[in-house]
Design a protein around this ligand. Sequence first.
Ligand code: FAD
Length: 527
Amino acid sequence: MLVSFPGQNNMLVLRSFMILFFSCITIKINLCFPSIPSSLKTLSIDGHFDFEQVEHAAKDFGNRYSYLPLAVLYPKSVSDIATTVNHVWQIGGGSELKVAARGHGHSLQGQAQAHRGVVINMESLQGLKMQVHTGNFPYVDVSGGELWINILRESLKHGLAPKSWTDYLHLTVGGTLSNAGISGQAFRHGPQISNVYQLEVVTGKGEVVNCSEKQNSDLFYSVLGGLGQFGIITRARISLEPAPEMVKWIRMVYTDFDTFTRDQEKLISGQSTFDYVEGFVIINRTGLLNNWRSSFNPQDPLQASQFKSDGRTLFCLELAKYFNHEDMVLVNQEIKTSLSQLNHIPSTLFISEVPYMEFLDRVHISEIKLRSRGLWEVPHPWLNLFIPKSKIHSFAQEVFGNILTDTSSGPILIYPVNKSKWDNRTSVVIPEEDVFYLVAFLSSAVPSSTGNDGLEQILIRNKRILDYCEIAGLGVKQYLPHFSTKGEWKSHFGPHWEAFIRRKSTYDPSAILAPGQRIFQKPIAYS
Ligand code: FAD
């Protein structure tokens, strides 16, 4: 199926005219490129194409969608990417060839795959050396295929670190900047796309363009949160801050949702003491606090041992405070004062102290455990939603009160962020209100289960949640979005649809070439 955009009608007319006018050139091009794989073989590049071993590029973390590409490019240089994309652009519409950048392949619904197209394996660009710049406004220059964990390791050598993170660091810069990149630091620093000074991008025509707030700014903001639609990020300049040595990592429980969200919203407003604010929901699970005991210390061990959830829905607040050893006394005092202003159940307060690196890389520890039990490479029917603050109570009542009967299939994160920290010039789509919540249903499906933790049941549950949001008119937006029809995409972008179309036709003007996600194509599910 070809990608078609309403705004491109004029361009199609223009292109038809050009094809007629330059018919001899078209014929010459066709003669030069008798078939796609062999035409790719003629390109002079530093890296290489693989036309045989391509199956891994038809897989992702979601484990539900599989599109086999014709070729995988392993670029050694930015010019390899530019040459390939330009070649595809030159071939033009008739080839139906698509290009997708693949970061670490941790998409959920085939977003980094290209059905019968070319997948660019961005991680092979990692040879570009990372460069940390110290000074008043420190930053690091990195390849678009670099993993965030490597950026952390390198910048820590200079006592520095990026400000805004994702919960999991084994993701690439290009992959998270194409979405937003959010975690518990976003309330203060905004998402990762708010912490980039400059990008180098290969556009849909194969041009290599530097862009920033001041230079080619429209391309800069198009690409940030742009779902890989406007070009391929080959280099990024990421803002850094002094890195702390240690983290006080704190958890506590609420049974009342209003009290929980009131405290969360208080914590993200004004001069919060804390550096990280998240939260999660637990439904119908016993022994929660006992689980925490392996890595956290209860502040009141006796009371904590007597806490019974009795099947109630629990809302857990998770906070972190960064510090250096020499500030320990002062920090303890600050934390004590701040915690005294919160309304959690006192006996459920747990505190741990861990090195900064261990805190940031915490999900990797879970990954190692899950991998050892064969539970990492299972289907992940995740659902991530942005919910306006004014609707979070209705949402919670229906979803946590009626639709979900337990949280056995995976964690459900819930935390608010401040819209003022999101730049409205980027491509990411968020709700209209000043504060909105991320609610992330991070389910893992147990293979061949027909129960609540089976794929089919989780998908039914996700659909019920989405249907409810739609019918109740909550103004919810999907994060890491995925839709099957143009109508759904149009409704996702809402008033930003025209801007999306304009940017698409500017930076990726071929109706066929869609670097990154094939946004309007119907995905093919695993059977
Ligand atoms: P891929 O899956 O390889 O690519 C993602 C998209 O970006 C595709 O459309 C692809 O074509 C495009 N793309 C990739 N590289 C480039 C490039 N260089 N230039 C242009 N486009 C490119 N997200 C959060 O925000 N916060 C979290 O806390 C968080 N936690 C996660 C935890 C886990 C365990 C997992 C699996 C995912 C998590 N995510 C989180 C989601 C994650 O940010 C996205 O799935 C991200 O896209 C994955 O990065 P990747 O490098 O694997 O990208």
